[in-house]
Design a protein around this ligand. Structure first.
Ligand code: AMP
Length: 170
């Protein structure tokens, strides 16, 4: 199945000049969603992973299903102010201004081996920040998994020593 043909391109969303990769057709198509999850399951079923972290918000869609199938703990990484319990946060620079991401303080036990999941790797800023927060909490980033990677933005370079894997490349 050609997943690339199922992802939908939305020009100029959310602002002019951005070609948005819409993954909702992948979710609507049960066979395609199964290929995505099964591919991740095949890659990670024998890897030493204790916790899967989903990045807000589309990382939750894939990360939680993967955690369920693999029988792993699942944690949600959210923008500042969204999580109800005590949090640990990490603030990072954007092109203009800055952003803060958070995890619950009990999400990553010290020494936990972590798989970070998101829908798409673009410049890598979001994923790099996610890896920083996991490490700040004493976790070890085993790998970062993406459904889509925009190769021309060279996001992998921003990820430093954290390995990354993507199912679909543009
Ligand atoms: P970045 O920090 O530049 O790697 O951006 C990654 C985050 O922004 C991911 O959570 C994506 O969901 C979202 N994102 C960035 N660019 C796109 C795009 N062209 N299409 C869809 N989502 C995107």
């Amino acid at each position: 199945m050609d997943l690339k043909k199922i992802v939908r391109d939305i020009p100029d969303f959310p602002k002019p000049g951005i070609l948005f990769k819409d993954i909702t057709p992948l979710l609507q198509n049960p066979q395609a969603f199964k290929v995505v999850i099964d591919s991740f399951v095949a890659r990670y079923k024998d890897k030493p992973i204790d916790v899967i972290v989903g990045i807000e918000s589309r990382g939750f869609l894939f990360g939680s299903v993967l955690a369920y199938v693999l029988g792993k703990s699942f944690a949600i990484m959210r923008k500042k102010g969204k999580l109800p319990y005590t949090t640990v946060s990490y603030t990072y620079k954007l092109e203009y201004g800055e952003d803060t991401i958070e995890l619950h303080e009990d999400a990553i036990p010290k020494g936990a081996r972590v798989l970070i999941v998101d829908d798409l790797l673009a410049t890598g800023g979001t994923a790099a920040a996610a890896a920083h927060l996991v490490k700040k909490m004493g976790g070890k980033v085993e790998e970062m998994a993406f459904v889509i990677e925009l190769d021309f933005l060279q996001g992998k370079k921003a990820l430093g020593d954290s390995p990354a894997f993507s199912l679909i490349h543009y």
